[in-house]
Design a protein around this ligand. Structure first.
Ligand code: SF4
Length: 64
């Protein structure tokens, strides 16, 4: 599901320390990528430094 990123999301992401990117997923290995073979480009923390980036949540995300 793709969702537009807005100011409310960014504010709540900071306030609640929301984790939803690959770096915080147990299935992610920095050297090998996603253990399930999914593309990770739009799930990395750095991708969301762009305030215009659309939100793309991974259904397999599993918090470390
Ligand atoms: S399951 Fe999703 S969030 Fe986890 S490493 Fe793979 S692509 Fe990233």
């Amino acid at each position: 599901m793709i969702v537009e990123q807005d100011a409310r999301f960014r504010e709540q992401r900071e306030r609640f320390n929301l984790r939803f990117c690959c770096e915080d997923c147990v299935l992610f290995d920095p050297a090998r990528g996603c253990a399930h073979g999914y593309p990770t480009l739009k799930h990395h923390t750095a991708y969301y430094e762009d305030p215009e980036a659309q939100l793309l949540f991974c259904k397999d995300f599993d918090l470390i």
